[in-house]
Design a protein around this ligand. Structure first.
Ligand code: HEM
Ligand code: HEM
Length: 201
């Protein structure tokens, strides 16, 4: 029988009862999604903006959301390595499928960490102060256009790779829900309870 009293263990969902990712992991997952929507929306709308003031605002928003996303990713990975509760993969998923899921999720983590760094590097190598979070980051190096170009390319290609991985990730989640009909999608939804099971490493 599930206890109706709450303590730290209930918070981490470590007791018997509905099994899914813990509340912190779920919150950080969906915060990441919101930040990514803001990041792509701000940079893609930049191309169609005519006046300089709006363009500068969008770029500042992009940089600020990118730095926030980097912090979120670091906190998320720290939490995952420390206290997170990871529900098991369903028994219907073979070892190969489990590895594919892990690999794509580690790939997402790697890109979430790397992408803001190439963005920052691109801004620093321009050798000019730039706005972020309503403040100004001073120039810390001489202008180096070759490096700016290199980091711009890295930033652009990695953004496409991130989009491809996200698309595959969403397809996999929908596939689990609609075709396999297991509990994988529910395990990450804030409002759904998944069934029981042991934690994954
Ligand atoms: C995960 C986080 C981020 C994502 C997904 C992302 C995505 C993108 C994308 C898709 C572009 C357009 C590339 C192109 O087609 O030319 C771009 C451009 C850019 N990003 Fe990011 N970015 C992120 C973080 C950052 C951060 C943290 C900064 C700087 C602090 C930054 C600075 C820039 C700059 C300066 C540009 C070039 C804008 C221009 O001059 O056209 N980005 N980013
Ligand atoms: C848009 C950007 C997204 C990113 C960067 C992202 C990233 C991640 C990462 C890194 C994990 C691994 C969690 C862990 O084991 O530590 C994960 C898990 C998960 N995500 Fe996303 N996600 C995104 C969007 C979505 C969306 C839109 C959905 C739903 C349609 C979704 C559904 C899930 C589910 C169900 C899991 C758990 C899978 C499992 O059991 O391993 N994600 N996500």
């Amino acid at each position: 029988m599930t206890s109706l009293t709450f303590d730290a263990d209930d918070f981490l969902l470590e007791q018997a009862g509905p099994r899914r990712f813990d509340v912190v992991t779920i919150a950080l997952h969906w915060l990441t999604v919101l930040l990514l929507i803001g990041l792509f929306a701000s940079i893609w709308s930049l191309a169609s903006v005519e006046d300089g003031e709006t363009a500068a605002f969008l770029l500042t928003l992009h940089r600020s959301l990118g730095v926030l996303l980097w912090i979120t990713a670091v906190v998320r990975i720290g939490w995952r390595l420390g206290r997170a509760v990871l529900p098991p993969f369903p028994a219907t998923m073979g070892p190969l499928q489990q590895w594919a899921a892990r690999l794509s999720e580690y790939g997402l983590y790697a890109l979430l960490l790397a992408q803001p760094l190439t963005g920052l590097a691109q801004s620093f190598t321009r050798g000019k102060p730039f706005a972020i979070f309503g403040g100004v980051v001073p120039a810390v190096m001489e202008r180096d256009l070759d490096m700016t170009h290199l980091f711009h390319e890295l930033h652009e290609y990695a953004a496409w790779l991130l989009l491809v991985l996200i698309a595959l990730h969403i397809l996999a989640a929908v596939f689990h829900r609609v075709v396999v009909r297991d509990e994988v999608l529910q395990s990450m939804l804030p409002w759904k309870q998944a069934e029981t099971g042991e934690g994954r490493e």
